[in-house]
Design a protein around this ligand. Sequence first.
Ligand code: PHE
Length: 355
Amino acid sequence: MVAEDLEMSLAASLAAMASLDAAGLEDVRLQWLGKAGILTGRLKALGAMTPEARKAEGAALNDCKERLNQALSARRAALDEEALAARLERERIDVTAPARPEPVGAIHPISRTLEEITAIFGAMGFTVKEGPDIEDDWHAFGALNIPGHHPARAMMDTFYLNASLGNRPALLRPHTSSVQVRTMLTQAPPIRIIVPGRTYRSDHDATHSPMFHQTEGLVIGRDITLGHLKGCLIDFLRMFFGNPALPVRFRASYFPFTEPSMEVDIGWNRKTGEIGKGGDWLEILGSGMVHPNVLANCGIDPREFQGFAFGVGIERITMLKHGIADLRLFYESDVRWLRHYGAAPLSPAMLHEGV
Ligand code: PHE
């Protein structure tokens, strides 16, 4: 063969490739196929040959070129594979290593109770209303038929601010009942709302905090009766405490903004704290039929409409449900306490499971 003289050095080059890296391979390529490469020179020389000689020499040179290129790309592929294998080895992940513990948060019991209350009343067709924490004394007291001499107006209960809203004294709302007023003033009956929110009173001990939470309820319609009030609150309490047989008692009481008014008690055991049995009664919330004066103050004709209202302390029912002894712990931001009493963040309150 015409290019036989190349065979020896080509075979040497091909054999040497097995130990070359990418740069070494490039040197070999240039040595043969670069501008001044061995094959390049021989290919150029073809032009000056006789047709027969050119045919034979050309075929042989092309054969050399092909073998060289094949060997080069085979070696490059092998190098790539080696590099990948090395990298996989280097970046290997030990899937058997124990997981690093990630900090998982918990839903605060107060938030959880608010979620549960919203789920229960939501299923009964109530919507959620909110109102301002800073109120004037008409929305907090006057419109609610609480006369100027009523003890709830005294400084010891209510935080008055050194300011006024419009020309009325400003204060931190001592109950969520002010949002009843705001709703009736802006929304025509029928009304069916709950009002979860913060409330403030000048009190501080194991069962009272100057800031606490309430949920108000208000239902107004043409034919809303005390029977509706009782049915609604009995259902709520039984659902909330997860006891379909929970004893519930309505006890005549007094609130300036309801007539008649009733405290609602649930059955419990005074000695063990167990809820639902034991023959003792525990006061749990205030309720009543909305006073005609309140309806009239809020622009609703009491001869045409009537309804009921209630107010429940969130800390109180949360403490009872979970056996929390001291209300102050709710606000101490102790993670150990939260981990114990908090709710799983990814399991929202849903009625079909019981709240
Ligand atoms: N606002 C009353 C309180 O804070 C609770 C209540 C609300 C009572 C509505 C009757 C009707 O104690």
